[in-house]
Design a protein around this ligand. Structure first.
Ligand SMILES: CC(=O)SCCNC(=O)CCNC(=O)[C@H](O)C(C)(C)COP(=O)(O)OP(=O)(O)OC[C@H]1O[C@@H](n2cnc3c(N)ncnc32)[C@H](O)[C@@H]1OP(=O)(O)O
Length: 198
């Protein structure tokens, strides 16, 4: 497996692959000053034999751009052995579930998502493509997170709330009502402070 993105996030994903005993062929990164990360070589072009790739880029929009540009690769998914994932959860290709995460029954996770360390995603949630659920986030039952949204570290979202597409939820926020597309929302209770159009 190749890891696309020689970053700190890439290091964490490499160690998940190691924990899963998945062979790492190396990192791919456009930055030619990067030659090695952890014990692995960094190459600067997608090799012809790159049959299995995970995009190890933390920024959701950049991850999507890379996924679109390299659509002929086969994307893998990785789930840390310490994560607890219900057998009734569906997870699409390219997604990584990190150490200690818990994902409960009938939740759906899209493609190229990050379910970060110790995140808790409860039953019947819908997590669309290119979402990042940061460390120690708690999503209650029936929460929907729209494409490309980043839920910041330690945020909590109460049952049934829908967060729109390409939102940012601030670190430590408590979300108690729906958040519209493109909003950055912070605080307790979380309120939008700005909007971006993508
Ligand atoms: C393993 C890993 O590292 S995973 C990565 C996890 N990363 C995160 O969780 C990052 C989350 N990011 C944040 O919380 C950021 O502060 C953001 C995205 C919400 C806002 O960032 P910016 O757009 O740069 O906004 P900025 O810093 O200018 O703050 C704007 C206002 O919101 C306030 N604010 C920013 N973040 C928060 C927050 N989390 N909670 C409450 N208020 C906040 C600021 O104090 C500021 O208030 P003011 O206008 O009264 O001075």
């Amino acid at each position: 497996m190749y890891l696309f993105g020689a970053s700190g996030h890439g290091k964490v994903i490499a160690e998940i692959a190691e924990a899963c005993q998945v062979k790492i062929d190396g990192f791919i990164d456009a930055d030619t000053s990067k030659l090695k990360l952890l014990d692995y070589e960094v190459i600067h072009q997608l090799p012809r034999d790159a049959v299995e790739v995970i995009i190890t880029i933390g920024d959701n929009a950049t991850r999507k751009q890379v996924a679109i540009q390299n659509k002929f690769s086969t994307y893998s998914k990785l789930i840390h052995p310490s994560a607890v994932v219900s057998k009734r959860v569906k997870i699409k290709a390219g997604t990584v579930v990190m150490a200690g995460a818990v994902i409960n029954s009938d939740t759906q996770i899209g493609a190229h998502c990050i379910i970060n360390t110790n995140a808790s995603v409860d039953h019947d949630c819908i997590i669309e493509d290119f979402v990042h659920i940061s460390p120690n986030v708690a999503l209650a039952g029936g929460v929907t997170i729209g494409e490309g949204t980043h839920v910041g570290i330690g945020a909590s979202i109460i049952p049934g709330v829908t967060v729109g597409k390409w939102c940012t939820i601030g670190a430590g926020a408590v979300v108690i009502e729906d958040i519209p597309d493109g909003a950055t929302a912070v605080g307790i209770p979380a309120k939008p402070i700005k909007f971006a159009n993508r």
